[in-house]
Design a protein around this ligand. Sequence first.
Ligand SMILES: Cc1cc2nc3c(=O)[nH]c(=O)nc-3n(C[C@H](O)[C@H](O)[C@H](O)COP(=O)(O)O)c2cc1C
Length: 404
Amino acid sequence: MGGSTGKDVEARTVVFGITGGIAAYKAPLIIRALKGASLNVHVVMTEDARHFVTELTLQTLAGTPVHCEMFGNVNTQWYEIEHISLADRADLFLIAPATANFLAKLSCGLADDLLSCACLATRAPILVCPSMNVNMLTNRATQENLETLRRRGVHILDPVSGELACGWEGAGRMPDPERIVAEVKKLLSKGDLTGIKVLVTCGPTCEDIDPVRYITNRSTGKMGCAIVEAACLRGAQVKVISGPVALSFAPWAEIIQVRTASQMLDAVMEQLQEADVLIMAAAVADYVPSRYSSTKIKKGTKGTTLELSSSPDILATIRPQKESKVFVGFAAETENIRNYAQEKMRRKGLDMIVANRVGTIGSGFGSDTNSGVVLSPEGVLYDFEHMAKDTLAHKILDFVKERL
Ligand SMILES: Cc1cc2nc3c(=O)[nH]c(=O)nc-3n(C[C@H](O)[C@H](O)[C@H](O)COP(=O)(O)O)c2cc1C
C-alpha cells in the first residue's frame, strides 16, 4: 500500500494464538477488533484453550478455519505443513492470552504443539499478552521467562491490575481487546515518523465566569485525538495538550491537561522547545471573561452584562520560537472557509492550515467525519469531503512528513 494514509496495516495477516487461560473468553472480541482493522486473521488454539472458547465461535468470526492440531490434516486431500505455512504467512503473531505455561515454552524454545512450533518457525514479530493469577505472574520463573523473551525481542503487552477471575486482586488481567489491537496496529505500521516529536493541542478551552459557569465551544477533541493516534501508530513521540474532553487518547501519548486558553499557552511554551512539529487542533477561546467572580453571580432582576476580553494569541506568541519546526494550524469556519483560512495561515506564519467547515452535519465539531481543505502557502494541498477524521489525520501527517 503506497503512502501511509492509515491503510498501511490493511491486508496484513495476523496469526492469533489463543492459549488455555480464562481470558480466552475475550478472544472472540479480539477477532472482531482485528477484523474491524481490516486485518486477515488465522486462529491457532492450544489443546487446553479449547476448554475455554469454542472453535465454532472463533472460526465464524475469523472467517477462516481454526488450527488446533499438529498432525490434524494427514488424511486430507490438500496438505501443507501447517506450522510452517502459518509461520510464513504471518506479518505478526499475537498470543492472547498467553498462559504461564506457554511463556515458559516460548522462552525455552519448545515446539511440542502447533502454536509453539509455529512461533519458533516464524520470522514475524511476536506480541504476547500474559494473563494469569497474580502469584503465577510474579513467580520468579514467569518473570525470568518474560525477561528472556523481552531480551529476544518478543513484544510484551503487560497485564493490568484489578480483580482477577480467580478471586485475587492484582496484576494479571489481560488488557481490553481494543488496547491489544491498538498495539497490533502499531507493530504493523511502517513507523515512518519514528524519531519525530509531535506536539498536538486538542479540544476546547473553558473560561470560567464564576464557580458555577464558564464559556466554552463545541469542540469535542475528535480531530486532535485522531491526529494523536495516527502519529503514535506511525512511531512519533507524541505529547498532547488537551482542554477538557471526554475521549481516551492513544495509550502511547503523554497527556497534559489544561482548562483555559492561558493555561494552554503556558503548556505550549513549555513543551515547544522539544517538538519538531506543532499541530494546533484545539479550539481555543477567542474571548474570555474580563473578570472572574470567586462567588456565584446571583440572578438579578435586571440581568447582567458579561464583559469579555481577547484571549492570548498562542500562535502569535510562539512565532519567534518557530525555527525549523513545522507548524500546522486549524481554522473552523461556517463560510468563505478557504479565504479566511488562507488569511489566518499568512498572518500566523503557518506551514499549513486545515480549514474545516463547521455548522453542517457530517463535518466539524463532534462529527466523525470532516469536510474542508488543507492549504499551504503554495496553494491547495487537498480538498476533502465527509472524510473520516482518522483517515484525514494520516493525510495531514503525510503532508507534515514532506516538510520535515
Ligand atoms: C479454570 C482455569 C483457568 C485457568 N486460567 C489460567 C490463566 O488465566 N493463566 C494461566 O497461565 N493459566 C491458567 N490456567 C492453567 C492452564 O490452563 C494450564 O497451565 C494449561 O496447561 C495451559 O495450557 P496451554 O498453555 O498449552 O494453553 C487455568 C486453568 C483452569 C482450570
